[in-house]
Design a protein around this ligand. Structure first.
Ligand code: ADP
Ligand code: MG
Length: 151
C-alpha cells in the first residue's frame, strides 16, 4: 500500500513517522529484509516518533527490548531463535502484549506464535544509501489509520 523504490534515510524516516502515527496498542509489526537493509533503523525512527528517549539497539542477547514513549514499544529480534533452547522458543507466546506495539526483526522463525500481524514492512538494498521500502496494512482498521496518518 505504501512503497518507495529508492528511499533515502530521510524518506525511510518519514515513512516510519507516519507508521508511528497509525500504530495502536496491540499492533504487531513484522520487519522483513536482509542484514543491513534498515530494520533496526526503521524501528529506531518509529520509537523516536513515539518519543522514546532510550537508545534503540538490536536486542541481540535478549529476545526483546522494551521502551516507553507515547506508547509501550517492544522490539524483538528473532534472529537467534533457531539456536535458542526449545523452552525459550516456546515461551514466545508470552511475548504477546495487547498494551504494547510490538516490532519484530527476523520474524521468519516463530513470529506466527505472536499472533496475526497488523503491518508488514519490507526492506531491500538498492544502493549504499537507498532502500526499497514497502509498508502493508494487513486489515481494514490498519488501512484506515494509515490513511488518516497523512503523508
Ligand atoms: N536509506 C536508508 N535507509 C535505512 N538505512 C540506511 C539507509 N542508508 C543507509 N543506511 C544505513 O544502513 C544501515 C542499516 O542497518 P540496520 O538498520 O542495523 O539494518 P538491519 O537491522 O536490517 O540489519 C545503517 O547503518 C543505516 O544508517
Ligand atoms: Mg537489526
Amino acid at each position: 500500500m505504501y512503497s518507495h523504490s529508492r528511499a533515502s534515510l530521510t524518506v525511510l524516516t518519514r515513512a516510519a513517522r507516519r507508521l508511528a502515527r497509525a500504530l495502536r496498542p496491540g499492533d504487531l509489526v513484522l520487519l522483513l529484509g536482509p542484514l543491513g537493509s534498515g530494520k533496526t533503523t526503521f524501528v529506531r525512527a518509529v520509537a523516536e516518533a513515539l518519543r522514546v528517549s532510550d537508545p534503540v539497539r538490536s536486542p541481540s542477547f535478549t529476545l526483546a527490548n522494551i521502551y516507553r514513549g507515547d506508547l509501550i514499544v517492544r522490539h524483538l529480534d528473532l534472529y537467534r531463535l533457531e539456536t535458542l533452547a526449545d523452552d525459550d522458543a516456546l515461551a514466545l507466546e508470552e511475548y504477546r502484549d495487547d498494551r504494547a506495539v510490538t516490532l519484530v526483526e527476523w520474524p521468519e522463525v516463530g513470529a506466527e506464535r505472536l499472533g496475526d500481524p497488523s503491518w508488514l514492512v519490507r526492506l531491500e538494498h538498492v544502493s549504499l544509501l537507498e532502500r526499497a521500502i514497502e509498508i502493508l496494512a494487513m486489515d481494514d482498521a490498519a488501512r484506515t489509520r494509515w490513511e488518516a496518518a497523512g503523508g
